[in-house]
Design a protein around this ligand. Structure first.
Ligand code: B16
Ligand code: MG
Length: 295
């Protein structure tokens, strides 16, 4: 076990699920062998370690399953999926490109040429968090007042870019997927970092399709903080383990996992490798298939 603990930081991205299994099996065996208090003492360093590498929630989830199987003899999967939470930009509509192009124009005015690489850092992050990242990246210093002015300017450019959005701009398969989610009896939420989300949903004609809509006004912290997805689970009255989050941003996937949800990444498998499943778009799958993949 010491060997696993020494190298797991390197393994946790590429072999996350296997690593969780190894820890869960070890903890389970120690509990069986020693019982309550003594087992807790023996395991305290492992628990601390798992928290430090962000695997604690996932391993605890697997343990719940093992404990349940042990006590009632059933092999029922512990986490029946009951709800889906959708990110907006880059999952339902292709506005991610407009966010990036708007930042490009703003940073140009500030004397910097941003690159595609910067998209990885701003995608999914709040407006202010994105600006802070870009200023830091290009060594630009501004007062708080100037930052607010440039953030507002970025938003004006973005709003102008999305002015003409219509239901035709829904990403392929998105509308059908929302309908099928409802038909499958699942609850639906939107969990976007964008303060413009409701306006965009209205332009797309899908503002009534969700049980709950949470946007950039409903969380103080920016993804990868789990707040927006924790709030979405609470609003849906579901345990995070019963919820699947659909995200196009690595920061969003991290936020979903940190909230204890399952994560489906949409886009580049390399950038989204922490997700439980990565697909290229909602047109490639359907709700039942996703549930099957995650069970
Ligand atoms: P706004 P999502 C996010 O939306 C975007 O991915 C991110 O690029 C943007 O900075 C953020 O919304 C804030 O957007 O400036 O409109 O408030 O992907 O979480 O739906
Ligand atoms: Mg997004």
């Amino acid at each position: 076990m010491n060997l696993v603990m020494r190298y797991d930081d390197q393994l946790k991205d590429s072999h996350r699920s296997g690593l969780e299994d190894v820890y869960a099996a070890h903890i389970h065996a120690i509990r069986e062998a020693y019982g309550g208090v003594m087992a807790r003492q023996k395991l305290s360093n492992i628990f601390g370690h798992l928290k430090s590498i962000d695997l604690f929630t996932a391993v605890a989830e697997k343990l719940k399953y093992m404990d349940k199987k042990n006590t009632d003899g059933t092999d029922k999967h512990p986490t029946e999926i009951k709800g889906f939470v959708f990110d907006l930009d880059g999952v339902i509509v292709d506005t991610a490109v407009h966010h990036f192009q708007s930042w490009k124009k703003v940073l140009k005015q500030l004397g910097a040429d941003i690159t595609e690489e910067d998209d990885l850092h701003t995608r999914g992050a709040s407006r202010m968090e994105s600006l802070e990242y870009l200023l830091n990246q290009y060594g630009i210093e501004l007062t708080q007042e100037e930052k607010e002015m440039w953030a507002a300017r970025k938003n004006d450019i973005y709003l102008e870019a999305i002015e003409q959005i219509t239901p035709r701009d829904l990403l392929p398969g998105a509308f059908a997927f929302l309908i099928d989610t409802r038909k499958a009896g699942l609850k639906l939420a939107l969990g976007s970092a964008s303060k413009n989300a409701i306006g965009v949903l209205k332009k797309l004609g899908i503002e009534d399709r969700f049980d709950v809509v949470l946007d950039g006004n409903d969380a103080k912290e920016s993804k990868p903080h789990p707040e927006i997805f924790t709030n979405a689970c609470n609003a849906l009255q579901l345990d995070p383990s019963e919820v699947v989050v659909f995200e196009d941003a690595a920061k969003g996937v991290q936020a979903a996992l940190a909230a204890g949800c399952k994560a489906v990444g949409l886009g580049d498998p390399e950038a989204l490798k922490a997700a439980h499943v990565v697909i290229s778009g909602l047109d490639q799958t359907n709700p039942s298939h996703i549930i099957e993949l995650l069970s």
